[in-house]
Write a protein that binds this ligand. Sequence first.
Ligand code: C2E
Ligand code: MG
Ligand code: MG
Ligand code: MG
Length: 281
Amino acid sequence: KVKEDGRNDFRFFAKAMQQRTTRMLQLESAMHYALERNQFQLVYQPQMTMDGKTVIGVEALLRWTHPELGFISPAEFIPLAESNGQIIPIGAWVLRTALLQLKAWIEVGLKPMIMAVNLSAIQFRHPNLQGVVTGILNEVALPPEYLELELTESVATADPVNAIAVMNELHSLGIRLAIDDFGTGYSSLSYLKKFKVYKLKIDQSFVRDIATDSDDRAIVSAIIQMSKGLGFKTIAEGVETQAQSDFLMAQGCDEFQGYIFSKPLPAEQVLELIRKHQSRA
Ligand code: C2E
Ligand code: MG
Ligand code: MG
Ligand code: MG
């Protein structure tokens, strides 16, 4: 009986593995045509001052919809694009599209704001990163101060000496840097102070339970104090409730991003939302 169960477990496991492999191969080959077939889209999520009065900017988030496979989550396809190198052309497309969008918004009268773009570890380690970024900024003709690049804490800490050098170069170009998912990596505090960083983004896993969990409250409040002490701005991601927002405000967090104000939205909808908000202010 035990043996039979074991065999069934194995068959189940083997089948699940096979399905995963098939899916990965499907996505892998579909990805090579995704750019040229216009299957990628950007959505934008507002970043607000903690009091909710001012829109600081938006974060561009990538979406992939395939005609047969349907919606594919970035959590699934970004790691794949990183492992097969496609993240390089895809990442350049994201950067160009996001900056062209910001430029178009400013031209129709939106107050200048920040465009935050996620940068993959692979892009960050690419020898021509600065060349690509300056090329796109020139092409779009936007000053570098409008661009904020988000790199995850693990990227910054994997090879801190190299990371510091790359950050210094990006910083000297006039681009702002933010550390994404802060708290989930292993930052050595001695390196953190050397990072030419403008902002720390507190990971949403710490924000989720801050209304009720005293450990998370302690962690979040410590991150905010440390961030202030080091001269960084602090933004909380994944803010969904008033209770979370109240706590963050009381702790001196500068900005937030989350469903409480808006989900990531397609360009036309986010423009409308920001316009309404700016005309009320
Ligand atoms: P991230 O950069 O940390 O983005 C935050 C994620 O939290 C986004 O998921 C966003 O939709 C979600 N989110 C925002 N507000 C809330 C909220 O109030 N509650 C909850 N539960 N979630 C919220 P998304 O769009 O699925 O992106 C997932 C991750 O995929 C991103 O995490 C980022 O690491 C990666 N990603 C997305 N677009 C790009 C891109 O263009 N390039 C690269 N390299 N990575 C990207
Ligand atoms: Mg991000
Ligand atoms: Mg994040
Ligand atoms: Mg994340």
